[in-house]
Ligand binder design. Structure first.
Ligand code: PLP
Length: 414
């Protein structure tokens, strides 16, 4: 990679040579994230149709801010929104935002939440900011994803002033330990813990929150996709009662980066937070993308999302999620049978395995990464160092699991 570190070239280069250099020197320095045996970070690969659609949309070079500027990008966002609402069992008519990932999806949805709870308290936060505004009570669990905390910080709601509710041994919020809620308030629940895959008890949390007039936001970066599988749908029961949802398309939907999605029950709240206008940006009667997201100019993300859903269909999507979860159980069974300790209940696609103490576990992970058959990374779960296996690629088969298991057991026996 050293060849890339050079002063700004004085002279132009031939495009072919630029690409040749990038491929010959750059490609070997990439990570096989798109591969069938990459089990790091819950990030999936790209289904072929979505990857190719992404290339085509990039060649189109559409600026997806306005319907007028690019009808196809705007229409595909509308179509994909309806499909997503159907597949993820969200309330009909939700507003949607096509953003970079779940971090910005959390930010966008929580901006809508901030808008709505303060509007109900008679305060226009977009116009007046938070100076002198009624205080918003914000409730999260101890296991809230750091992107939720960061989003709250960016929204002026504070990273540290939030109320943190304790969680159980799987990382699920203990609903009985929620504080007494008083409006204006926002409760953030999580479906799909990034370590264990566990789901907060949405029915009970929503019941308490709704009774107190709180806004409920769901961080479902990958877990909400359980809704597409009949046998897993019970895990997200209650989520449909929430007011906003954040998820990723570049994780379990297997589209290229960057692609996240926010949904808001009442699109008016989303537009309340994200609207902008200028005489040079004429808006028509259609859904205008720029009214729903933080950005103005951006790529046509809806194209890849549409292509993934069109190519998979309802059945393909269910099969993908179902197969990934079966693969996770296969990992857990194989590791347990060999005497290794599984630290979580394998309810979804996540497996946490310890190979003894922290030092030993770290050594096994390093040896596995060196071996190269597959890739998994470390984490610390409730004080225990573990290897974290996330199965979320369309390409992963049982045979990949067996080959990876063989490598894991082999290096763990050294
Ligand atoms: C991955 C993840 C995020 C952040 O998503 P990005 O796409 O990386 O921004 C947020 N919440 C949860 C639960 C996640 O797993």
């Amino acid at each position: 990679m050293d060849a890339f570190v050079e002063p700004l070239p004085e002279k132009p280069s031939e495009p072919d040579d630029v690409l040749k250099m990038l491929d010959e020197l750059g490609s070997p320095a990439t990570m096989g994230i798109a591969g069938a045996r990459f089990f790091g970070f819950v990030i999936g690969g790209s289904v072929p149709a979505a990857l190719a659609a992404n290339w085509l949309a990039t060649a189109w070079d559409q600026n997806a801010g306005l319907f007028l500027a690019t009808p196809i990008s705007a229409v595909l966002e509308e179509v994909a929104t309806d499909w997503l609402i159907d597949a993820l069992k969200l309330p009909a008519g939700c507003g949607s935002a096509f953003v970079t990932g779940a971090t910005v999806a959390n930010f966008t949805a929580l901006a809508a939440a901030r808008h709505a709870v303060l509007a109900r308290a008679g305060w226009d936060v977009e116009a007046r900011g938070l100076f002198g505004a009624p205080e918003i009570q914000v409730v999260v669990s101890d296991e809230a994803h750091p992107s939720v905390i960061k989003s709250l910080g960016m929204l002026g709601l504070g990273r540290d002033r939030v109320v943190r509710v304790p969680t159980d041994g799987q990382g699920r919020m203990i609903a009985e330990r929620m504080p007494e809620l008083r409006a204006p308030s926002i409760v953030c629940l999580q479906v799909g813990n990034v370590n264990t895959g566990a789901f907060d008890p949405a029915v009970e949390i929503c019941r308490r929150a709704k009774a107190a007039g709180a806004w409920v936001h769901v961080d479902g970066a990958f877990g909400i996709w359980a809704a597409v599988c009949p046998e897993l749908a019970h895990l997200v029961e209650g989520c449909e009662l929430a007011d906003s949802w954040a998820t990723d398309a570049h994780k379990w939907l297997n589209v290229p980066y960057d692609s996240g999605l926010a949904f808001v029950r009442d699109a008016v709240d989303l537009r309340g937070a994200m609207s902008m206008s200028a005489p040079y940006l004429p808006q028509g009667a259609h859904r205008e993308p720029l009214m729903h997201v933080p950005e103005l100019s951006r790529r046509a993300r809806g194209v890849d999302v549409w292509a993934a859903m069109k190519s998979l269909g309802r059945e393909g999507l269910a099969e993908l999620v179902s197969r990934n979860c079966a693969c996770a159980r296969r990992f857990a069974d194989g590791l347990r049978a060999a005497g290794h300790e599984i630290l979580n209940e394998v309810v979804l696609n996540q497996v946490l395995v310890a190979f003894g103490d922290a030092e030993r576990t770290r050594a096994v992970i390093a040896a596995l990464q060196e071996d190269g058959t597959c890739w998994a990374g470390p984490t610390v779960w409730q004080g225990r160092t573990a290897m974290r296996i996330s199965v979320s690629s369309w390409a992963t088969t049982e045979a990949d699991v067996d080959r990876s298991l063989e490598a894991m057991l082999r290096v763990a026996a050294l």
